[in-house]
Design a protein around this ligand. Structure first.
Ligand SMILES: *[C@@H]1O[C@H](CO)[C@@H](O)[C@H](O)[C@H]1NC(C)=O
Ligand SMILES: *[C@@H]1O[C@H](CO)[C@@H](O)[C@H](O)[C@H]1NC(C)=O
Ligand SMILES: *[C@@H]1O[C@H](CO)[C@@H](O)[C@H](O)[C@H]1NC(C)=O
Ligand SMILES: *[C@@H]1O[C@H](CO)[C@@H](O)[C@H](O)[C@H]1NC(C)=O
Ligand SMILES: *[C@@H]1O[C@H](CO)[C@@H](O)[C@H](O)[C@H]1NC(C)=O
Ligand SMILES: *[C@@H]1O[C@H](CO)[C@@H](O)[C@H](O)[C@H]1NC(C)=O
Length: 355
């Protein structure tokens, strides 16, 4: 058992490669995921179907901001999905989907039968298996705002409450998207956004969001902002308004000027719990040596913290490694949010929990 644990931890550590953005330059969040254990041959029927799939995803994404398709027969069948952020324009959706459909082939250049690429504005994914309606909670990609909050305890309580509310709103809506804000103090709001892919059922969406909410302490504890993306859902919070909807935010909220403000000062990294070493995950970014060092330190800190924290919650379904997060972001909220979840659908079996 001990050696298994050690292997799992070691694998996780090597999967925990970090890249960071140079905060002084305008950045776009980009992440990609390539399954190098499963390749197609160049010129094959599969590749042809993949080409059709990508073309179709790029052209149909902007109609509703979400599109799935399946092209081909039997083992050459390709399943594709594209999801745009719920608050962006058709043009931005279209632009993002088009970029994604081209970049995904470049990033996963070893002809991978399964891949995903994500940006601030959209996620595009394809596979040789029918992944629709199932939650994929690993890998996860995260980014945090480097600025600290002044009172993390209060902040986390408000954040937990807000994300709990938004998660149920998103899960029960057809758009699977929800934004909102809360009052942190007289002069500061927390703004947040959650989104699931629209093929997910209510319970699956809730499960997916709960799973990424639990990761906030690992990525963004005490930070003024953060983002967590999985292949099935994502979330973001900031102390400034960043979403573009005109109706939900009240007039008192300043409209965001541009997205460049959004990602400035964000440090990005990715994270996977998959034990399967054939899954290669790449953060496509502008790597900066100096900030990578910081990121590696952050990585090491996670290991230390993981080791030090004792299990404090009493939910028998939870693994020990989730207890710290639950506590930090407001245990009550999570308990409420978990109530309706199907136990069988339990997700996110950890690569570094009890093995
Ligand atoms: C970021 O995205 C915007 C529009 O989506 C684009 O205009 C800009 O060139 C991108 N910046 C970088 C550094 O790629
Ligand atoms: C897929 O291609 C990559 C890169 O060429 C290679 O490393 C990997 O071994 C291949 N996988 C299989 C299962 O052939
Ligand atoms: C698929 O598209 C790529 C890039 O456009 C091209 O190089 C390749 O030949 C196409 N494959 C097939 C089978 O059409
Ligand atoms: C935030 O807090 C951490 C540790 O508490 C510190 O190292 C870091 O410099 C702080 N960041 C800012 C922007 O103040
Ligand atoms: C935020 O707080 C202010 C003053 O504390 C209050 O007037 C306002 O209604 C609150 N807004 C929301 C959305 O809770
Ligand atoms: C938005 O941009 C305008 C001019 O570019 C500037 O005056 C204003 O302060 C900006 N607002 C915010 C919230 O950054």
């Amino acid at each position: 058992m001990q050696s298994l644990k050690l292997i799992a931890t070691t694998l996780f550590f090597f999967a925990c490669l970090f890249y960071a953005f140079d905060p002084t330059e305008s950045q776009n969040i980009t992440y990609s995921y390539c399954d190098t254990g499963n390749n197609y041959t160049s010129g094959s029927v599969f590749e042809q179907n993949l080409n059709f799939t990508l073309t179709s995803l790029a052209s149909d994404a902007s109609r509703t901001g979400f599109y799935t398709t399946a092209i081909g027969q039997n083992t050459n069948k390709v399943y594709g999905l594209v999801l745009c952020r719920g608050d962006i324009s058709d043009q931005d959706c279209q632009a993002c989907a088009s970029t994604a459909s081209i970049e995904i082939i470049k990033q996963c250049s070893s002809n991978n039968k399964e891949a995903a690429i994500g940006y601030e504005n959209c996620l595009l994914r394809y596979s040789d298996w029918r992944f629709f309606s199932t939650v994929d909670s690993s890998p996860k990609f995260m980014a945090y705002n480097v600025n600290n909050v002044t009172d993390p305890v209060v902040f986390n309580r408000h954040l937990g409450n807000l994300l709990g509310t938004l998660s149920s709103n998103a899960a029960s809506s057809t758009s699977k998207f929800s934004v909102g804000h809360t009052n942190f103090s007289d002069f500061q709001n927390i703004n947040a956004m959650v989104q699931c892919t629209r093929d997910l059922a209510e319970n699956s969406c809730s499960n997916c969001l709960l799973d990424i909410i639990r990761f906030i302490p690992r990525c963004c504890n005490g930070k003024q902002g953060g983002q967590v993306f999985s292949l099935s859902c994502n979330l973001r919070f900031e102390i400034y308004p960043f979403f573009l909807l005109s109706s939900p935010p009240p007039a008192s909220l300043v409209q965001p000027n541009s997205t460049s403000q959004d990602v400035t000062n964000h440090i990005l990294f990715f994270f996977t719990e998959k034990k399967n070493t054939s899954k290669v995950i790449v953060f496509v970014a502008i790597p900066v040596a100096a900030t990578m060092v910081v990121a590696v330190i952050v990585c090491c800190c996670f290991f230390r913290r993981k080791g030090k924290n004792k299990r404090v919650d009493n939910d028998p379904d939870k693994e020990g490694n989730t207890s710290m997060e639950s506590l930090l972001i407001g245990l009550d909220t999570l308990k409420v949010a978990t109530r309706n979840f199907s136990r069988e659908n339990k997700l996110g079996e950890g690569g570094f929990g009890p093995v």
